[in-house]
Design a protein around this ligand. Structure first.
Ligand code: NAD
Ligand code: IPM
Ligand code: MN
Length: 322
């Protein structure tokens, strides 16, 4: 029996996840879906945003469908999604951005870099240690190389090796691995890359980069296709996999039924792809395209459909696909 852990989390997670879960349920009524409650809301109620038993529950699933969690900028609060990514060793964060004439895949290292968690706040100085390991770099660049080979395209390394010695290390390992694999590889400084993907998105295919640069680059890239409501992601490790929109809990629009559920629907499609159901993934994407083409859109795309209305329209199309 295939088991899917479903995490709504906080904010618009409570609105977009039910849409995506319903789509999965229509395509796979035989799967078992079970909720796992974590996040800031849970912390407010119980003082604990994510317990060890929640991590254990996620480990029992074949895949996790994840909404978003609120992470307040507080000294002693640890981001739940970062904890889960580390606990499940989900080292590859894959963020596809596909539009008219371009199709890029940001392969973001997801377990180290500036998110090492080695940090402290002193009375007059605060530090965060940026950790780049050989093993961590090899496994993300090998994933990037695998994707580039599969897609028959090239690899771009995004880094800041002109300033950061940890990125000289990252870059050198990436270049050596690409050379060994016979994959054509270019490189670009991350700041210039942020602009160039907007001006010349067609030049890019797989972009491999470190943790926080991939975080920023993917929000930037979302501009190319209409914003954060549209970009999904897969967090992949050797044993576990979690699928979530790139956006967060969006407290500014939460509870209003206006969030765009497309990023989460696409994350559900990536989940199906991961479980081997490419047909199901295609059905979700073509239903999204059909509903958009009919003029039904949420507010972020200039329309007036609510989250639920857009979701229902997608579900109807999936149900009629025959
Ligand atoms: P955000 O992604 O939540 O929102 C940024 C902007 O995009 C907001 O104006 C929001 O309304 C809009 N937006 C986001 N998703 C949308 C959607 N589906 N439809 C329409 N508009 C959408 O980023 P933020 O405001 O910087 O962060 C809010 C909270 O979310 C923070 O606590 C942050 O830590 C958290 N966060 C969590 C995750 C995650 O759980 N993976 C990811 C990013 C941010
Ligand atoms: C994302 C988010 C997270 C990240 C935060 C909420 C920890 O911004 O998934 O893009 O930085 O990875
Ligand atoms: Mn982000």
């Amino acid at each position: 029996m295939t088991r899917i852990a479903v995490v709504e989390g906080d904010g618009i997670g409570h609105e977009v996840i039910p849409v995506a879960q319903k789509a999965l349920e229509v395509l796979h009524p035989e799967y078992e879906y079970f909720p796992v409650e974590v996040g800031y809301g849970r912390w407010e109620q119980t003082g604990c945003p994510c317990a060890d038993r929640d991590i254990a529950a996620l480990r029992t699933a074949d895949a996790v469908l994840f909404g978003a969690v609120t992470t307040p900028p507080m000294k002693d609060y640890q981001s739940v999604v970062l904890r889960i990514r580390k606990a499940l060793d989900l080292y590859a964060n894959l963020r596809p951005v596909k539009g008219d004439g371009f199709d890029m895949m940001i392969a973001r290292e997801n377990t180290e870099g500036l998110y090492s968690g080695i940090e402290e706040i002193g009375p007059d100085r605060a530090t965060t240690l940026r950790v780049v390991t050989r093993a961590g770099t090899k496994r993300i660049v090998r994933e990037g190389i695998r994707l580039a080979q599969q897609r028959g395209e090239n690899l771009t390394i995004g880094h800041k090796a002109n300033v950061l010695k940890s990125d000289v290390f990252f870059r050198d390992i990436c270049v050596a691995e690409a050379k060994m694999a016979g994959v054509s590889c270019t490189e670009k400084l991350i700041d210039a890359l942020c602009l160039d993907i907007l001006q010349h998105p067609e030049k890019y295919d797989v972009i491999v980069t470190t943790n926080i640069f991939g975080d920023i680059l993917s929000d930037v890239a979302s501009y190319l296709i209409g914003g954060l409501g549209l970009v999904p992601s897969a967090n992949i490790g050797d044993r576990y996999a979690l699928f979530e929109p790139v956006h967060g809990s969006a407290p500014d629009i939460a509870g209003k039924n206006i969030a765009n559920p497309i990023a989460t629907l696409r994350s559900a499609a990536m989940l199906l792809e991961h479980l081997g159901d490419t047909g199901g993934a295609v059905r979700i994407e073509s239903a999204i395209q059909q509903v958009l083409a009919s003029g039904t859109r949420t507010r972020d795309l200039g329309g007036s459909a609510g989250t639920r209305e857009f979701g229902d329209a997608v579900l109807r199309v999936i149900g009629n696909q025959g």
